[in-house]
Design a protein around this ligand. Structure first.
Ligand SMILES: [Zn+2]
Length: 250
């Protein structure tokens, strides 16, 4: 069961915050997702997943929708992308956590939908715990189901706006997917060894997306389907719910 903080009137917020087990802040990005997925994809999916998990769980959850944009410098060559600096992103999360704490929230889950936010979230979780004394955790939802991904997806590299994200988007909001624009990207080979973002053995290079893919996609979205998306979503919802329910008394 859940409430969305921004829809409440303040006397309702006062009452509900006293009852909840935890708050969830969905995070994502406003960044290019190839020619077929909307810029809001990462945030919209994270929020939809947060709502679906909260709805099905036994926990009482407050969803706090406040940070749509994320750390997306590497996508800035593609028009429409909005990036906020890591420091800004961390400051927003910290300030939101502090506000929630001042109103009585005790447990916080950051439900993240964008890989580029991960280092910042890991850093700020530590500060939120140490400086605010909140019980905190963060979920990159795709990391909860590597076994299911291996079984369901055909492509080895399911990447960005590829088979994984496109399948999930086709399941959650098919009307927002430009199905006729789905196309496999032309990938450029990077000249340095171990520099391919697709490989497991790799060095880290702060590459920008246009150096690597012509249309912003990494992976093969032509293999995506709503059916695959449904299997992935149901599997990850099960695990998020299992986590949230345990975290409620942690
Ligand atoms: Zn994405």
């Amino acid at each position: 069961m859940y409430w969305v903080l921004s829809d409440l009137k303040w006397p309702e917020a006062e009452k509900i915050i006293k009852q909840i087990d935890l708050a969830i802040i969905p995070t994502g990005s406003i960044e290019q997702h190839g020619p077929h997925l909307p810029l809001i994809n990462d945030y919209a999916l994270a929020e939809a997943i947060a709502r679906a998990a909260a709805e099905k769980s036994k926990s009482k959850v407050l969803i706090v929708p406040v940070v749509m944009a994320g750390v997306s410098e590497h996508h800035m060559k593609f028009p429409g992308t909005i990036t906020i600096k890591s420091e800004t992103f961390m400051s927003i999360l910290f300030d939101v956590a502090e506000s929630l704490k001042r109103h009585g929230v005790k447990r916080l889950v950051i439900l993240n939908g964008h890989g580029g936010n991960t280092p910042s979230i890991q850093l700020i979780l530590r500060r939120i715990r140490e400086e605010l004394g909140l019980t905190v955790s963060a979920i990159n939802y795709w990391q909860l189901i590597p076994d299911v991904i291996d079984k369901v997806l055909e492509s080895r590299v399911w990447g960005h706006a590829g088979e994984f994200e496109t399948s999930v988007a086709l399941y959650i909001y098919p009307d927002k997917v430009a199905k006729k624009k789905i196309r496999k990207p032309k990938l450029r080979k990077l000249s340095l060894p171990y520099s391919n973002p697709n490989e497991k053995v790799r060095v880290y290079l702060p590459i920008n997306w246009e150096e690597y893919t012509d249309n912003g996609v990494l992976g093969d979205p032509t293999l995506a389907s709503a059916e695959k998306g449904g299997i992935l979503i149901n599997a990850l919802l099960d695990r998020i719910i299992q986590f949230i329910e345990s975290f409620s008394s942690y």
